[in-house]
Ligand binder design. Structure first.
Ligand code: ATP
Ligand code: MG
Length: 556
């Protein structure tokens, strides 16, 4: 890791800004501190993952601190289930917050004190208007807002009313606390924004302790300030809120973090809004938050993604100042690249076709297979070979097109790690479907040790009929049929009906029999697969295809 004061790898504009802050000693030697501040109202998605990698990466690279803080200011949508899943996901992604898990709601008392301070300064007032009335008098981009008739209440009256709001004397929606800024400001966020609402609801952490809740705009900057955050990194939609956060912090004269905005991640062929993801789950379009087709962190984890691949993806896409749609192929590239280096290879036949090698003796031979050509340290394994094997149905064609190098009647092909075989006879059922091939093998062509110089164009994978293990294999496709479903009114109609294909009777190499949920393999020629953590049992192995070996979509 680089030294603190001279982080040389200026990766993006945020790093450059922090470098400058350090050069000018803006923070007076204070540790660089970032945070990830989710609202616990849903599961994390790949966009959040980008923010985690960015914020954690900065803390790591500048020898700083990274906090996880729940922005739990809205009791009606927040749940412990979400808190737990978020903690698990951030940890899994490698966002190391050590023991620093904080909750905005734990700062409510402090925030309340600061609200009293603003009231005493004449900078906040209790408004009796309804939320609707407040909205209607806010004005527009071209017209100034109207001052509330309650705006000039005395400090004493405001203190009294605000205390009674806290004590639960008023019903939901009957009063708010507003900052007294400027109803004519060109920035609508500065037109006396609401600081507190009355919400008589049970909070997932505070229980019944509070019935007034701070708005995000009031709470967020204070939470950052309390934690000594130096760089408060958020998405672009908060750029116009920055002057408001600045106003609050300056009026209170407390630690003032630097807010920096960047473009949120949008991926094509999926949706990323929490509301839409929730709908997909609640209305059973997918099999839960961790459905491997979901862009959620738990979904892509179950699909077989590694934290390293997601970190690499975040590096590749970088940070920008303008919104764009990122190609999901980049995410797939990142996982392929990682798994290529680390995944154990294996052979699996998804749609089996029986092959009998008529001149092979009735014995079993163990053949040597390389575990990972990218990593010799992973060694090799033995694969049983015998008279009866299974190959992929698509690796045989009776009437092949030009350029088909696999098995054809009378043709030859190499069996991976084994011999060259020749198709002598094709056996069909009553319906005319090919059900078996009779082949002969050439003993001189054994992989690695054969004396024959014979060469064939095609190599196919196989498993031994006697030894193969059954498994269910799940193949995934894009969840949506269009690039930007979120932009469409009828986005639910645009779900790809063929996004999940379940193959219930695949046959896999015997050593895979004992593979554990979460383990990752490359099935040669089929892609990378991960043992499913949800449906795998002692009796049944289920594999999810994480990604194909090549970007098949690019060529379509
Ligand atoms: P909402 O606020 O609408 O519920 P959100 O996606 O902003 O949804 P938060 O829990 O507020 O959810 O997000 C936590 C952090 O993640 C925020 O700092 C936000 O900037 C960041 N974030 C959210 N979505 C993305 C995204 N698509 N790309 C990058 N960062 C994101
Ligand atoms: Mg948000």
């Amino acid at each position: 890791m680089e030294e603190n004061n001279n982080v040389t790898k200026s990766k993006n504009f945020i790093y450059e800004l922090i470098d400058k802050d350090i050069e000018s000693n803006r923070w007076d030697g204070k540790t660089i501190c970032t945070r990830f501040p989710p609202e616990p109202n849903g599961y994390l998605h790949i966009g959040h993952a980008k923010s985690i990698c960015l914020n954690y990466g900065i803390a790591r690279d500048f020898m700083g601190r990274f906090n996880l803080r729940f922005d739990d200011t809205n009791p009606s949508k927040e749940e412990q289930e979400y808190v737990d899943s978020i903690i698990e996901d951030v940890r899994w992604l490698g966002g190391d917050f050590e023991d620093r898990v904080f909750f905005g709601s734990d700062y409510f008392e402090k925030m309340y004190g600061w609200a009293l301070e603003l009231i005493k300064k004449g900078k906040a007032y209790v408004d009796d208007q309804t939320a609707d009335e407040i909205r209607q008098t806010r004005g527009t981009l071209t017209e100034p807002g109207k001052e509330s008739p309650y705006r000039n209440r005395s400090v004493e009256e405001n203190l009294n009313l605000f205390e009674r709001m806290r004590n639960g004397e008023f019903a939901n929606g009957t009063k708010t606390l507003r900052a007294k800024i400027d109803m004519t400001s060109p920035n609508i966020n500065l037109r006396d924004p609401i600081m507190y609402r009355i919400v008589h609801e049970v909070h997932h952490r505070q229980g019944n302790k509070w019935c007034i809740y701070p708005t995000y705009d009031w709470a967020h900057g204070l939470e950052d300030s309390i934690e000594g955050i130096t760089h408060s990194i958020c998405t672009l939609e908060f750029e116009n809120h920055r002057p408001l956060y600045d106003w609050f912090l300056d009026e209170l004269g407390i630690h003032h973090p630097q807010q920096i905005e960047f473009a949120r991640l949008n991926l094509n062929y999926t949706v990323m809004s929490k509301r839409k993801l929730l709908q997909l789950v609640k209305e059973n379009y997918v099999d839960g938050w961790d459905d491997p087709r979901m862009p959620t962190v738990c979904g892509i984890r179950r699909r077989g993604y590694t934290p390293q691949a997601i970190q690499n993806f975040a590096e590749i896409i970088g940070v920008a100042k303008r919104d764009a749609l990122t190609d999901i192929a980049l995410l797939e590239y990142a996982i392929r690249d990682d798994l290529n280096k680390h995944a154990q290879r294996a052979m699996a036949v998804l749609r089996p076709l029986k092959v009998v090698i008529t001149n092979y003796p009735d014995t079993v031979e163990e053949l040597d297979a390389i575990n990972n050509p990218e990593d010799t340290a992973m060694g090799s394994r033995e694969i049983p070979f015998g008279k009866e094997i299974l190959i992929e149905q698509t690796d045989f064609m009776e009437n092949p097109p030009k350029g088909y190098h696999r098995l054809i009647p009378g043709g030859e092909v190499r069996l991976r790690y084994a011999y060259i075989i020749k198709c002598e006879e094709v056996i069909k059922n009553d319906k005319g479907e090919v059900v078996e091939l009779r082949c002969t093998f050439d003993p001189e062509t054994k992989s690695g040790s054969g004396t024959s110089t014979k060469k064939v164009k095609g190599t196919i994978h196989w498993v031994s009929a006697k030894h193969a293990v059954g498994a269910e294999v799940r193949l995934y496709d894009r969840l949506f049929t269009v690039e930007n479903p979120g932009a469409e009114e009828n986005w639910l109609d645009l779900i790809n009906k063929n996004s999940l294909e379940i193959i219930s009777s695949a046959l896999i190499e015997p050593f895979l029999k004992n593979s554990k949920p979460g383990e990752r393999y490359q099935f040669e020629r089929h892609g990378y697969f991960c043992v499913d953590t949800k449906y795998t049992t002692n009796e049944k192995l289920v594999f999810n295809r994480t990604v194909t070996l090549k970007d098949g979509w690019a060529k379509k």
